[in-house]
Design a protein around this ligand. Structure first.
Ligand SMILES: Cc1ncc(COP(=O)(O)O)c(C=O)c1O
Length: 367
């Protein structure tokens, strides 16, 4: 047919072909004011790799063939993680950040109408993935003190019989961890998969659900190199689960998601446990310091944290407080988008100098 006879598709018609579940979403945008020197809004590690380690890695990168695909899974890294976690390598999958694995959970476990149970408030990506796949979401509110309501979660699990439950512990955005006995009760009661997102586990090692893995084939742990390991810029996360379940998840995954540079960097860090332990200890100490200093301020409420960040509330309206802090070059996160967290801000532990700058800016902003 001659092109002149065809009626071109309008933009509205094009947009109508995009799935409603996608069109209803908001993009995930953190937003970065340009002139901020103290960045404490994404729970990152304040520590970059030591220069000598970067030099060592740059030398290694010279030997890497840029023109060759990596293996489908980074096998050496899987083995190193198997040694690190004492869990078989075929029960481990490495992803391009743990977020990428979270997207794969959607592909594996959620059809339209699939029941999913999540506690609230929780890292927003999980709700987004459920909604993108038109899952049937039951979100369980917290107790008044913002701790997980384990009884209500158990009741929701028994009632909804969900194919997927996700717990993040220590939880982002509250910083509160769920006791292991409560995690186990939920995993034992759940008919489907329970993902425990342990993005902050290194800051609170005694509560890891790792010990439950051998007994529960429906349990999966999700971890990241973005926090304790300070590799947020490289995008690396991993999941651990029963090898046969992991083999199924593998079928839904994009291959080649972990590039050779990221793999080499993670291997170098796993070979330096003292460096990581030292940095984790520093972040824990700085987080405690922030908590104590915030508590000492009149009118400021602070939640106890088992992660590398602190949730707090001031008498000043949060977006106004964000502006005042930004004027002093300090960036924190407004948590008011979560219904339970209206009025709350979140700040992560930075270096001692960054924390000092934050506390000074906050004191000034409270006057
Ligand atoms: C609970 C939780 N899971 C996962 C992530 C992101 O991890 P990644 O950088 O590995 O995608 C975050 C980041 O803030 C988080 O808070």
């Amino acid at each position: 047919m001659p092109i002149a006879d065809a009626t071109p598709t309008t933009l509205d018609q094009v947009l109508d072909h995009i799935r409603p579940a996608v069109r209803r979403q908001e993009p995930y945008l953190v937003g970065h004011p340009p002139d901020v020197s103290v960045k404490l809004n994404q729970n990152e590690s304040p520590f970059d790799l030591p220069d000598e380690l970067k030099d060592e890695l740059l030398a290694q990168f010279r030997e890497i063939s840029f023109n060759r695909y990596p293996t489908e899974q980074p096998d050496r890294l899987c083995q190193a993680l198997a040694d690190y976690t004492d869990w078989p390598a075929d029960g481990i999958l490495v992803g391009n950040g743990s977020n990428e694995l979270t997207y794969t959970f959607g592909l594996c476990f959620i059809d339209p109408g699939t029941p999913v149970v999540l506690p609230r408030p929780m890292f927003s990506l999980y709700e987004k993935v459920v909604r993108l796949h038109d899952g049937d979401l039951t979100a369980v509110p917290p107790r008044p003190d913002l701790t997980f309501d384990a009884e209500a979660l158990l009741e929701a699990v028994r009632r909804e019989q969900p194919s997927l439950v996700v717990l993040t512990t220590p939880n982002n955005p509250t910083g509160l961890a769920m006791p292991l006995a409560e995690i186990e009760a939920i995993v034992a009661a759940a008919p489907g998969i329970v993902v425990v997102d342990e993005a902050y586990v290194e800051f609170n090692p005694e509560a890891s659900a790792r010990t439950l893995l051998p007994d529960y084939p429906n349990l999966m742990l999700l971890r990241t190199f973005s926090k304790a390991f300070g590799l947020a810029g490289l995008r690396l996360g991993y999941l651990m689960g029963h090898p046969e379940v992991v083999a199924e998840v593998f079928k839904a995954r994009l291959p080649f998601m972990v590039d050779r540079f990221a793999e080499a960097t993670a291997l170098a860090l796993l070979a330096r446990p003292d460096l990581i332990d030292d940095r984790v200890a520093q972040m824990q100490a700085q987080c405690e310091h922030l908590t104590t200093a915030l508590r000492a301020l009149d009118g400021v409420e602070v939640l106890p944290s088992q992660a590398n960040f602190v949730l707090f509330k001031t008498p000043v309206e949060p977006s106004e407080m964000m502006d005042r802090l930004a004027a002093s070059g300090v960036l924190v996160r407004n948590m008011g988008g979560y219904p339970e967290l209206r009025g709350y801000l979140r700040v992560n532990a930075g270096t001692p100098d960054e924390n000092k700058a934050f506390l000074a800016a906050l004191k000034q902003a409270l006057v």
